[in-house]
Write a protein of this length. Structure first.
Length: 275
């Protein structure tokens, strides 16, 4: 349930951030979002009262932050130079499959029903993201590699957070953010983007960051209580809530393939729960 909450909330965050980037630079929107997320974590840490983590947890947190930034940078580059209907599903599939492989490699053994749900969830993510949509233009092989690397970055973020100890509380989120913000600022400087947002765009960026922080808290809690093999795949189904919001709020049409993917996502959750 926590992994599902993480997926739904992050999908809403993704939608809010996407709306904001229609009117402002991606780097500026991400910067404001990261500031909002950091503020949420800074408020949460004294409430939880967790001590600063030990060396291993710090290194895993730093690795998660580095993986996140590498994934985002590769993802944005691939989106800017390739077809979104190719880049998004490829990154989503890789980010879902990689933690499953790591989980199985370290000895996790979900039940047969749960494994069937994991496989169905990966397919659902691909369909909801538009993996089978018609392409208006071909995407270069180099961009495909970069999109896959973006998925590796996101998948490694899942793995790194999973490896942090329960005693570290929410410190891994703050440590990861301390790495990401300077990189985002560098990107804004390189693109000559002004660090200023106004009106609805600013509030959308703040909402995106706040929801992203809530999603990460839910994921971090879930992965410490459950199997990485299960939790990471359920959390990877966030494109479903983004698609539903785009349909309800923006009036976009859900294609038949996406509808099949949404149905498979529900079935996958049922199989995971049964397992």
């Amino acid at each position: 349930m926590l992994a599902l909450v993480a997926a739904v909330v992050f999908g809403v965050s993704d939608y809010a951030g996407g709306r904001a980037t229609r009117h402002a630079s991606v780097f500026v929107v991400t910067f404001f979002g990261q500031l909002a997320a950091m503020a949420c974590v800074l408020v949460l840490l004294p409430v939880l009262g967790d001590p600063f983590p030990d060396g291993d947890d710090v290194w895993w947190s730093l690795g998660g932050g580095a993986a996140s930034i590498a994934g985002l940078s590769a993802f944005y580059h691939a989106l800017a130079n390739g077809s979104m209907t190719v880049v998004a599903p490829l990154a989503a599939i890789v980010s879902a499959v990689l933690p499953v492989g790591v989980g199985l490699a370290i000895g996790e053994r979900p039940g047969a029903w749960a494994l069937a749900g994991v496989g169905m969830a990966v397919v659902a993510v691909a369909l909801v993201s538009g993996a089978l949509e018609r392409r208006r233009q071909p995407t270069q092989r180099r961009i495909l590699v970069i999109a896959a690397l973006a998925g590796v970055g996101f998948g490694l973020l899942f793995v790194c957070f999973d490896q942090t100890g329960e005693g570290s509380g929410m410190w891994p989120l703050l440590i990861a953010q301390l790495i990401s913000i300077p990189v985002i600022l560098a990107g804004a400087r390189i693109t000559n983007a002004r660090l200023r947002l106004t009106g609805t765009t600013r509030w959308l960026a703040v909402a995106s960051g706040t929801l992203a922080a809530a999603s990460q808290v839910a994921y971090l809690t879930a992965t410490r209580e459950g199997l990485l093999t299960i939790v990471s795949v359920v959390a990877s189904m966030y494109p479903a809530s983004t698609v539903v919001l785009a349909t309800v709020v923006d009036g976009e049409r859900i294609h038949r393939i996406q509808a099949i993917g949404l149905t498979m996502a529900v079935a996958a959750l049922a199989l995971v729960a049964a397992g």
